[in-house]
Design a binder for this molecule. Structure first.
Ligand SMILES: [Zn+2]
Length: 244
């Protein structure tokens, strides 16, 4: 196995024993890993401010086939979280996306696009004031990279492609929109005309959306994610309170 060099986003950390640190990180080449940094808490020299949540680091670690954790040897800052940690809303947003990646991925499952999205969203969180539509946008991007994007184009039951004006009903159970005919027997929620196409095509450069849009977008994704993925994120409730 030997020494691996990689780029990683730090997801979370906790102290272990006297002076060690357990670090969960998502790396560009190897996906999600857990590592132990020996003396990471005390050693000012090796890990000062590097192994902290939301940092992007160049990391070196030893991997052993028999061990569940890698041993972190070195870490250098590539992009620091500095400035993010003083703002509660920013911390909540970064925590939400870090936990999202942590819970939605399997260990050692490489996902370059997901890594880049996490890196971007953390950087953007630091630099600008993200609104809830932006959060929804990045969440959809991540679902897409994970292969879980809801179907916003075709009826999930009969497969017919719907015109934008007909994209009204959403079934969380089926994971996408339903046509008028299928909506008679498939449980779904109905949304105002134009909302689903707007959600599917929203991007941060499109600017501010309405509060109603943000609320409906949140409902649709919350329903969908919790129904399909059986993932309850601790950070999500806090995020809703702070950024909602
Ligand atoms: Zn149908």
């Amino acid at each position: 196995m030997g020494l691996c060099k990689d780029t990683a986003m730090i997801l979370s950390t906790r102290t272990f024993g006297e002076s060690d640190k357990i670090v969960r990180f998502f790396s560009l080449n190897e996906g999600r890993l857990t590592g132990i940094a020996k003396g990471g808490k005390k050693s000012q020299k090796r890990f000062t401010n590097t192994l902290e949540p939301f940092n992007c680091v160049r990391i070196e670690f030893f991997e052993k086939a028999t061990a569940s954790m890698v041993r972190i040897e070195n870490a250098d800052i590539e992009e620091s979280n500095s400035g993010l940690e003083v703002d509660l809303k920013k911390v909540c947003i970064a925590s939400f996306f870090s936990e999202f990646v942590d819970r939605m991925t399997r260990e050692k499952e490489r996902n370059e696009a997901l890594f880049e999205t996490l890196r971007t969203v953390v950087l953007q969180t630091k630099r600008v004031e993200l609104n809830y539509s932006d959060i929804l946008y990045y969440e959809l991007q991540m679902l897409d990279h994970l292969g879980y994007l809801p179907n916003f184009v075709r009826c999930v039951h009969c497969g017919i492609e719907l015109a934008e004006g007909e994209r009204l009903g959403f079934s969380k159970e089926k994971g996408g929109i339903v046509c008028l005919a299928c909506s008679r027997f498939i449980p779904h929620r109905r949304y105002p005309q134009g909302f689903i196409p707007q959600l599917a095509s929203y991007s941060p450069d499109k600017g501010r959306t309405t509060e109603a849009f943000e609320r409906m977008g949140r409902d649709i994704l919350e329903d969908f994610v919790s129904f399909h993925l059986d993932v309850r994120l601790k950070s999500y409730r806090l995020l809703k309170k702070v950024a909602g």
